[in-house]
Design a protein around this ligand. Structure first.
Ligand SMILES: Nc1nc2c(c(=O)[nH]1)N(C=O)[C@@H](CNc1ccc(C(=O)N[C@@H](CCC(=O)O)C(=O)O)cc1)CN2
Ligand SMILES: Nc1ncnc2c1ncn2[C@@H]1O[C@H](COP(=O)(O)OP(=O)(O)OP(=O)(O)O)[C@@H](O)[C@H]1O
Length: 290
């Protein structure tokens, strides 16, 4: 399998801190806006974007600009979505997940804690289902799932996935997203999925836009691409089965194939869950359909 490549030397970025009335958001943004034409990249057959070490800065700047434009459009579409429809879609997506054999059989998973202010597909029912049978001290029996959720560590794309056993383990961060403290109530370090002895089999991912070839547009922080890529590399090194990357998407977030701009660090998803059903993309996802 191809490894994700990134031309570190050609990437320049700065961090902007955006403050709104209700919450503070810290996002990374390109230093130099550019107007160059996009690169046309073919969708790859696996979860990693093809890239070259030689993508010139001016071309990357142009693609990042296109990503920003698309993010603004999708955010607008999400804001104008009828709340009743959104609630129906939240239920439909979560019910599909809860009934899916690939979810039922999952033993260890990473999932995001949805933020309604960001208009993300709700994960509360799914998380409740995962956590409901866990004992107070986090002990689990073989039928129960181990859950890891994101914690942003710095503004440089660094996010860890830490083990939690109760929703009470979460506190709101500066972006008003719930996340775990690094230590639990007893002062013990929470398990970081990158240091765990056993693999996760499933990643439930958020995002702003998706297509049916596996492209995913995130919020621009690079957190999920960086984490997914590192985890895939860890799984390769340990000869573990790769986790299934499944993104959750409202109908308005699925856009025409090939329109989402691609940059070298983008990681492709294996499947989508939308209100109309499970959409397998890679052979790994095809194989888990009964
Ligand atoms: N629920 C959830 N948790 C997550 C993520 C996510 O996308 N969703 N992340 C995934 O990376 C990481 C956090 N990254 C984030 C990046 C941007 C924003 C955010 O609020 N962005 C605003 C724009 C802010 C601005 O423009 O000033 C937005 O998208 O509207 C939030 C989280 C880790 N945890
Ligand atoms: N013009 C630019 N040149 C170089 N790097 C940039 C540029 N614009 C953004 N970046 C950085 O590239 C990284 C990935 O951005 P990208 O737009 O691919 O994120 P994303 O896929 O939306 O995010 P996530 O992985 O969190 O879902 C971020 O760290 C971002 O700061």
């Amino acid at each position: 399998m191809l490894r994700k490549l990134r031309s570190h030397g050609s990437m320049v970025q700065r961090v902007l801190v955006g403050v709104s009335m209700t919450r503070q958001c810290t996002i990374a943004a390109p230093l130099f806006p550019s107007f160059s034409r996009s690169l046309i990249l073919r969708p790859p057959p696996c979860s990693v974007a093809f890239a070259t070490m030689t993508t010139p800065d001016h071309r990357l700047d142009g693609i990042f600009t296109q990503k920003r434009v698309l993010r603004s459009k999708v955010k607008k579409d999400l804001r104008s979505m009828d709340p009743v429809l959104r609630s129906h879609e939240d239920d439909a997506i979560q019910n599909l997940i809860l009934e899916a054999p690939w979810f039922k059989s999952s033993k260890r998973l990473c999932a995001y804690i949805s933020c309604s202010a960001l208009r993300e597909v709700d994960t509360s029912k799914v998380l409740q289902n995962v956590l409901q049978n866990q004992t107070k001290d986090g002990e689990t029996d073989t039928a129960k799932k181990i859950l890891y959720v994101p914690r942003v560590e710095d503004k440089n794309c660094h996010m860890r996935m830490l083990n939690i056993s109760r929703m009470d383990d979460l506190i709101a961060n500066s972006m008003n997203i719930l996340e775990p403290a690094p230590v639990d109530a007893d002062g013990n370090d929470r398990e970081d999925v990158m240091l765990a002895d056993e693999p996760v089999d499933l990643l439930l991912l958020p995002g702003l836009a998706f297509d049916k070839t596996g492209r995913r547009l995130g919020r621009g922080g690079g957190y999920y691409d960086t984490f997914s890529s590192k985890y895939q590399e860890l799984a390769r090194q340990r000869n573990w089965k790769q986790p299934l990357l499944v993104a959750l998407s409202y109908s308005v977030q699925i856009i025409e194939d090939g329109v989402i701009p691609l940059t070298p660090s983008d990681v492709f998803i294996d499947a989508l869950v939308s209100p109309s059903g499970f959409i397998p993309i890679t052979s790994a996802a095809q194989e888990i359909i009964p």
